[in-house]
Design a protein around this ligand. Sequence first.
Ligand SMILES: Nc1ncnc2c1ncn2[C@@H]1O[C@H](COP(=O)(O)OP(=O)(O)OP(=O)(O)O)[C@@H](O)[C@H]1O
Length: 458
Amino acid sequence: MDILIVDDEQSIRLTTSVALEAEGHYVETAEDGDSALQRLKEEDFQLVFLDLRLGDEDGLMVMQEILKKTPRQLVTIFTAHASVATAVKATQLGAFDYLEKPFTPDQLRAIIAKAQKALQTQVEVVRLQETVQELKSEVKHNAPPLQFDSEDERTRVELETLFRAAASPASVLILGESGTGKSVIAREVHDRSHLRDKPFVTVSCPSLSKELLESVLFGHMKGSFTGAVKDTWGKVHAADGGTLFLDEIGELPMEIQPKLLRLLQEREYERLGENKVRESNVRIIAATNRDLAACVAARTFREDLFYRLNVISVTVPPLRERRGDLIRFANDYLSFFSKQMGRKIEGFSEAGRQALVRHSWPGNLRELRNAIERAAILARGSKIEAEDLPIPVAADAAATTGGNSTGPVIGGEYSIDDIEQTHLREVLRWAPTLQDAAAILGIDKATLYRKRKRFGMD
Ligand SMILES: Nc1ncnc2c1ncn2[C@@H]1O[C@H](COP(=O)(O)OP(=O)(O)OP(=O)(O)O)[C@@H](O)[C@H]1O
């Protein structure tokens, strides 16, 4: 080990270095704070022994200077004036340990052994931090990049409002169909908030029984239910100071709802089987694909909890209502997956593109991502064809018209004009561009312009 001894007494410098060198360590000495700081600037020493009284200098001040420059430096304070107060002060200020003068070789050895262990732990911590960083970037690079811009006005407004509110402590409620990206958005709100360096903890409400869910949320005491073999802390505790994300909140059992309300209102909770009120400071983000207002009307969700959660609320539109974003997402996913699979796929053929825009995407972004991943594996050519996509190639007409049941019905008492006009209007509503609409209708762009004019749709 490389050791620096800082003491104004020559006899201490000499005896300590002889003792340490005899144990095989490399030792240097310094007689005052300035020369010690200078040597530490030039060289790395794993351990510093520092006298509490360096002539007129205060050893603790010198230690603070050292720690300011290298916060992880191990410093052991030598003191001839041992008292609990100085020892406590030294450790509070960051000393690794202290050693009372006069000391025996065994005491010196004990300090060295302790320092070696601490250094080993430091190395281990750094290694773990590096591993966490690597894994984080691996996870990030193993998934397609996330996209939060939108061509769709409604989506853009919803997301902008939400991200503007990210920095406030207000609760957030994210509504939307399955696969629209609610969990991804919840994480993004956390990452854009002042809590980004604090924990982000997810609880999936439907995945557990009522009792287990309560325990997972709030923790429990040993013996509070069958199988509770030891005391545990829940996710509310784990998320303290950060964000607690409650996924599928619409499934939260009625019995737990008052406890969540108390957490939101009073910032208080109790562990299962414990009679002690605990405080928690968490920001709640909740998501559901259910119509929560309808759940309130049906009395399966408490109205007071709904209003508490509903401070900032957004509804993420389904993909079929974000046609403008569809091709962009599809292209992003395709370039990610083709790169991941080492394939050169240039994009979508016209038929592939048509198949994409005609499908209603009931599984939203999740379905699109999976479809593109599969297509990137199976595509035979350099472009994705309609048959490479795991979706009905024929237009899913009912879905793409949004299930419009008020318009004319094929075979009913309607003129051809009525039918043509309605069909034209619906296709124009969802097709990303006029070019796409013309292609779907099987007419050229000029004919489409003329028809729009004729039906007064300009
Ligand atoms: N903003 C986005 N950019 C790119 N891909 C996205 C985005 N949002 C979601 N996705 C894709 O869709 C998948 C599903 O997203 P997520 O799990 O957040 O949906 P959800 O609405 O929470 O679904 P559920 O209600 O079923 O839990 C993600 O794994 C990701 O691949």
